[in-house]
Each structure stands twice: as C-alpha cells, then as structure tokens.
Design a protein. Sequence first.
Length: 707
Amino acid sequence: MYRWCVLSGSALIVLALCSIGRAHGGTYKIAGVFSAETGQVESKVFARAVDRVNTDNREFPEVQMQAIPIMLKEGQTWENYLELCRQFESGVVAIVGAESSVEDSLISSVSSAVRIPHIRTGFNRELEDPDDLSLGLAPSPSDLAEVVRELILHMGWNHIVYIYDTSTGLLRMNELEEDPEFKGRRLVPIDLSVDANPWDNIIKLSIRHVVVDIESKSVHQVLKEISMSGLSQDYYSFIMPNSDIRLPENSTQRTYFIDADVYTFSLVDPDNREMHWIYRMLEMNSSENEPNLPFIYDSVLQIGHTLNNLTKLRQPIKSSPGSCARKVGFEDGRKLYDSIRESTKFEGVTGFIEFDDKGARKVKHVHVKLLKDGKLTKVADWRPADGLTFIRELDPKGEPDEALEHDEGLNNRALVVTTILTPPFLMRDDSPHLKGNERYSGFIVDLLEKLSRLLKFQFLIKEVEDGSYGSYNESTGSYNGMIGEILLGKADIAVAPFTINGERYHVLDFSFPFLEAGLGLLARREVDPLEHTFLSPFSATMWFALFCTMVFATFVITFIARLSPREWSSVGDIVIETPFTVGNCFWYLYSTIMFQRFQLRPTSPAVIVAFFAWFIFCLAVMVSYGTVLGDFIIKYNERPALSKIDDLRLENNRVKFSAIRTGSTMRFFEVDAALSYGSLTRSVLQWGLTERAGTHVPYKIHVRLGL
C-alpha cells in the first residue's frame, strides 16, 4: 500500500512538473492575415498548425500559442488598418500571411510601426529592407529564375514566349535576358495584366515554348484558357515557375484537358502526412489550387520552434503589446525576428527552412514535375550545388520550323468528311439529278468549301452510318457515331455541331468553334390566357345575358319613374318632362355597373328601390368577375418556366422532354447527372430517345413553325 502511494505520488509530481514546464513559456498570440473573400481554407490550415504546436509535447514542450485570424476585406483599407492595429495592440507577437501585394504593403506598414515580425507566405517581391522585420518563406525570384534557366538550357529552347503578371515575374525574365548563355535566343515578353488573352498572339508567333510566370492562384484559370485555345496540343510546352499545381483526386472536378507538356515547380514533399490533411481540406472546400497553404503551415511551425528555443535558453519573449496610435513598438520584436532568421532551422512540409541575411529563404531543394495526359509526375530535382538532376529524360519538342519541314499539309489531299443531317447546318436534297456533294447545302458545306480553297484540299461529304454524334460504350469499349468512324479510319475529319466534353476530347482533336449556337429548349406554347383579359372571365353567353338584363332593367325603371308623379316637375301650369327617359336610364345603369357617376337623382321611393336592387345586382356581378379574373392570373403565373435544368426537374410531372440518343446531353443524364437528376433521367429514357439529330432551335422557330 505504501509502495503504491509512493509511485502514485511520483507520477503526480512528474505530471505536475510537465504541466509547469509546458506553461513556462506562456501563451503567445499569433496573427494570421487572410482575405475575407477567399481565406477560409487558409484560416483553417493556420488554426491546424497552431493546434499542432499546442499538442506536440515532443517538438514544442515549452510553448503554447493562440491563433488570431484576421480577415481583411477587399477595398476597405482604412477598416483593415484599424482591425490590424486593434489585434496587434492585444499582444500579438508575430504575423503570418499576405498573399497579394496590397495586403503585403498594409501589413508591412503596420508591423513596422509596432515592431512585430512578419512572415510572408505568398510568392512576393525580393526582400530588400530587413528593418521592416519581414521574412519570405516562399522561394525568392532569383532561385526560381535559376531553375527556369537550367530547364530551358537542358531542353535547348531557342524561341520562348515569357508571360508575366507581376513585378517578380518581370524580374525573373530580366535575369534570363541578362544571362550570357541566353544570347542568341529569342525571348518575347507578354504582360498578362495588359494583354488578358495572349494565346492567339502566341499562335501567330509560331512559338511553341512558353514560360507562364504568374501568381499561383491564377494557374488553374490559365490552364483552362490554354485548354480552350490551340496551345493545348502535344507539340507545345509550358513552364510555370510559381504554380505548385495540385490535381484534385476526383478527376471530374477538373475543367481543363491539356495534351501539352506543362512543367511546374514545387517545394512540397507529396508524401508528408500533414500535406494529406491539407489536400483533404482543399477537396472539402472545392478548391483547386491554394499554393500558400504549405507555407502558412510551416510559418506557424517556424514561429513555434523559435519561441520554444528561446524559452529553453531562458530568454522568453515578453508579450508587451505595441500601439499604432502611440507609435510604441513590440519590445522583443527585434529579438524574435533575429532568432527566426538566424537560429531556427528545421525540416518543414516545404523542405528545409533557412533564411539569409535579408530575410529571404535559402532554397535547398525544388521538385520539377510534369503535367501530361491528366497526370502529374516528378521528372527532376534541383539543388543549388548540383543543379538539375533528371529522374527521366524530357522531350524538348522541336521548334516550329523544324516540325513544319515534315508536315506535308493538306495540299491535293482528298478528305472524307463524316457529318450528320442537322438543318440548317446540313440539309440534303434527294433530287435524282444531284450526286455527291451537290446533294447537300447549309453552313457546313459553305465552311468546307471555304476551307478547301484556303488549304487546297478536296473533300467528300459522307453521312454518319448510325446517325449518331458519338459516345463511349462501356460494354464494347468503343465509340459509335462520327467519333467512332474517325477512330476506325472510315473518315478523316468530322464537321458537325459538336459539343466538346472531356470524354470526346481525350480521343479527338477539336478545332476552334467556327460557330457557337448554344443550347435551347423548344416547347409548344399554349394559348395565352391573358390575350383577351377583359372578356375572359365570362363566356359570350354570360356577356349577352348581362346586356339583356341591363336593357330590361332600363325599360322597367323608365316605366316606374313615369308612373310616379314625384319624378315629374312643373312650373305653374306648364308640365315639364321627367328626366327618366330610356336613354338616361340606360346610361345611369351602365355608369353604375362601371362604378362611374351620372347626374340622375331619383326622388320617388319606388324608383329608389329599383335603383338599389340594380346596385346589389352590379355588386354581385363585379365580385364574380373579380374572382374569375384572379383565378386566371394565378393560373398564368403558374405556367412552367424553364430556364435551367433544375426547372425541368421541378416540372417533371408536368413536362415531357427528350434528348438525342448517343448525344452528349443524353450521356450527361446517363452518367454525370444520374444521381442528382435521377427522376429527370428516367423521364428522358421514357420519352426522349430520338434517333436523329435535332433541328437548330432558331431554324425550327423561323422556318418550320413560321414564327
């Protein structure tokens, strides 16, 4: 019993000592600055990193941290300044964040005033002034410029388009131009902030090697634009220094498909288990590319290691808050900054972290990856001492003039064109005296004739045998329709109103759209119930009966008024006629039913009673009329309004709809929308398997329907 008490007491003492040691350094407030519009994922990763420091007793036994997320609102500089000052004056000891140059400038000015260390996490400018207590965790422009230089020299590119959108990109391009080994090479600069759509110009330049030096957050948008241009073919190559591309695990989330070689750089070890959690956060928030997340995570760990080391050395940081208004700085800000820059070195998720004298990161290792055929593969490593070390040999891709020497073009070639009857794009005349291409007319024929004159080729129009556009059959593993005929070699090209989707894009090359017709819904229009709104509530018989009632009441009231002596007036012996004539009585009754006034005032009780009875009758008629009219308006507003696919789903019990068999719309319902629009898919399968292609909606409206 005594021994158990001693052991228990020892355990309690050990636990108490651990608790005391854990709390020895106190709790330090760390601010994470993010955009209020796009910073939700960043703030979660920031909180995750702080939680890691607080719970990892092995690496951070001496420190506790409190996450202070600060969300900056776009376009509200003064409000953001006040919020930063308010948080910094509460005892914040370090700042993490700043993705854009605007955020960076604001944070730098405030952090300089209150002397708080700031770790940048975005791909920003060179750090020139160490007095502002700023450090850059992302690679410096000169490091990435060296990787770009070695990669270009290895592949032997002589003609290069350099696209940039920031001053950092311009700086890297200038370093390449000044390099002696780049003499004799053609470098064409394009500022993306000036030319928002440079892809057509690149095609005109006939240059197939492009460096896209842009902000990482714009990478996926640029890849989408490239996939929609002629630059997505496999004879183009791209280098994206700032990209750090991450492909979603679910391939259906990607909206671009590129056959070109895209080389991207990354500092992140993909096997790191913490990165797997970050990637899951991206998937849950439907984010494609958030390259700053690993740097946010490592920034917090960097601060945690520094605070832990200072506490171990019995030099803890004192959380004495600064003040923007009084211009009082954080007392230990310089000491914390110097310790982060000079002493703290560790292996993070972005590799080994070490800073130079200016606060810029010393990059020790860069992963070079290749995006090709929807897969991201590591192809090389770069280290300052060794340069590029290739895991696999790269395809340098020939220059345009070299490739064109082996391209015979379409001169004097005869092409078999598979197409489908789709008025007005392609129409057929079955007259017996017409043969071959003469039987066909429409936009497709005009387009082929124009192209044949420009490119000097002959063509033969051939209708697709099964009348289908083409879709993939999972049971047979093949395509039908026009796509199948091209893959089997029965036709050279297909010219038709195609829908370009990922399934078709993987097996065929598509040209630029020569005409974009779009999609539409064509439905029979019912007779508009409000075209005759005034007469619609009552039938013709009812209106006739109402008119007859008014005429009958006119004669009755006129007869009663003439029998009543009160309605006759006289002056002396002269008798004056009564105002209750047939005409006056009719207009009086009409004005009553229309709720208008008429200068006819009865004085006889019999006439007053007759007029009161007519007024009650009019009131009943008006109530009936208003009730029926309101019902008409309600029914009119409840008409099916179809503007998107969800409206079809809501009107599923009232509207029958169809889609073309083997078309992309039918494929969408069968595969992609089977879960979300299950009832809609069943309705399409029940009503709408049309064997032939549908007619262009405007053509059917104007020609077929005569509208």
